[in-house]
Ligand binder design. Structure first.
Ligand code: GLA
Length: 380
């Protein structure tokens, strides 16, 4: 939906022009999967799909918001926040955490829309959270601090919505820059913008499977990583290098085999992110593709978070000559893969992969080229 149409909806609904329009994007993770909650490194980028909010501040503490996509109105008071159910919990959660962090919030009237597919592993919830934070910053007149807002959004998701995610999605939505991926140290939250290499495009391949019992599997992986970190005697798996890992597991074999596999994924994945960042700077896309492939194999064999559809999609992509590499992206168990593809052949690539995937899996495929977009921003 374009900004004019969104503003039109606001006017029809509230009988006035909106004062601001804000947006916050979803993200695709290029590499660094299941490393964020191990204090490690990630390399996501914001995609050109986002959540948009048109709003006007109110003189009181009320929030009135209409979801244009769900065709639902919701209202609550910032002075008496109570937990309930549904999409509006993301908005309440962010309001609660902002107030908890000392921000004085103005109420607002708003309409919201978005085109980040839900449940596909492209962080539609982070987009809602960061768009909400951006809306509060506009309505209440406080400065935008990407890292602070990302942390607040993550806390909202952890303790209000009840999903135990890491910091990657919120940081990607808050701090990304157009044309760049975001190289983030999830311990210090220091980040750098890394330009995407020339001549290649990032293609998102949606398997059309959606992650099922993801919360319990996700939490189980987190626990296994913590167990492994204890075994290595470190604060987080980030603190173990690939060499240390190999030395230690040769010397002692008391570690639980599952914890060992989980640790091997995280430790080698951190090394892959660091290598990927260097390669992005030097432009060796062939090697970058190999690292993508190694990441997927590690997620499939050691971290065990792929499903059949993701494996078929990744195989179908890798068979194409124009593909440098492909891997699952996001939490896993369904959702999307991401492929690095030669720009001039991207159309044939999309057609071929979709056809092969459909034929092998019997499922619909959805492929789209995505551009690295700007993080949460005030549009008007
Ligand atoms: C989900 C979580 C992130 C991250 C990824 C896996 O997207 O929200 O914090 O852990 O899974 O890399």
């Amino acid at each position: 939906m374009d900004v004019q149409t969104l503003k039109q909806f606001f006017s029809t609904h509230f009988n006035a022009e909106p004062a601001f329009v804000v947006r916050a994007p979803g993200r695709v993770n290029l590499i660094g999967e299941h490393t964020d909650y191990n204090d490690g490194f990630v390399l996501p980028m914001a995609i050109d799909r986002a959540v948009w909010i048109a709003l006007s501040p109110r003189a009181d503490s009320k929030i009135r918001i209409r979801s244009l996509d769900l065709e639902v109105d919701s209202a609550f008071d910032l002075n008496s926040l109570t937990k309930g159910e549904g999409w509006v919990e993301y908005i309440k959660g962010v309001a609660y955490q902002l107030q908890n962090a000392g921000y004085e919030l103005n109420g607002f009237d708003a309409v919201m829309t978005g085109d980040v597919p839900r449940g596909a592993g492209l962080s539609s919830s982070a987009a809602v959270e960061l768009a909400t934070a951006r809306a509060f910053a506009a309505a209440s007149g406080f400065a935008w601090n990407a890292s602070k807002m990302a942390k607040i959004a993550q806390m909202a998701e952890n303790s209000w919505v009840g999903v135990n995610c890491g910091i990657m999605d919120q940081m990607a939505s808050a701090a990304s820059r157009k044309g760049n991926a975001l190289f983030l140290d999830c311990r210090s939250l220091e980040y750098q913008h890394v330009p995407l290499p020339k001549g290649v495009v990032i293609v998102i391949l949606d398997t059309s499977t959606r992650r099922g019992l993801v919360d319990s599997a996700y939490n189980e992986r987190r626990n296994q990583c913590e167990e492994a970190a204890r075994w290595f005697g470190v604060k987080a798996l980030r603190d173990v290098s690939v060499d240390e890992f190999e030395r230690k597991i040769k010397a002692e074999i008391t570690i639980d085999q599952i914890a060992l596999k989980r640790a091997r994924h995280v430790i080698t994945e951190n090394a892959r992110v660091l290598e990927a960042v260097n390669i992005m700077r030097s432009g060796d896309v062939k090697r970058l593709g190999e690292i993508f492939n190694a990441s997927h194999d590690s997620l499939r064999d050691d971290f065990e978070v792929t499903n059949e559809a993701l494996n078929i999609m990744v195989e179908s992509a890798r068979e194409q000559k124009s593909c440098y590499g492909a891997r699952m992206t996001g939490a896993g168990f369904g959702g999307c893969a991401v492929a690095l593809v030669r720009e001039e052949n991207v159309q044939e690539f999309e057609n071929a992969v979709s056809a092969v995937y459909r034929q092998r899996s019997g499922l619909e495929a959805n492929a789209y080229i995505c551009k690295a977009s700007e993080g949460a921003s005030l549009v008007e």
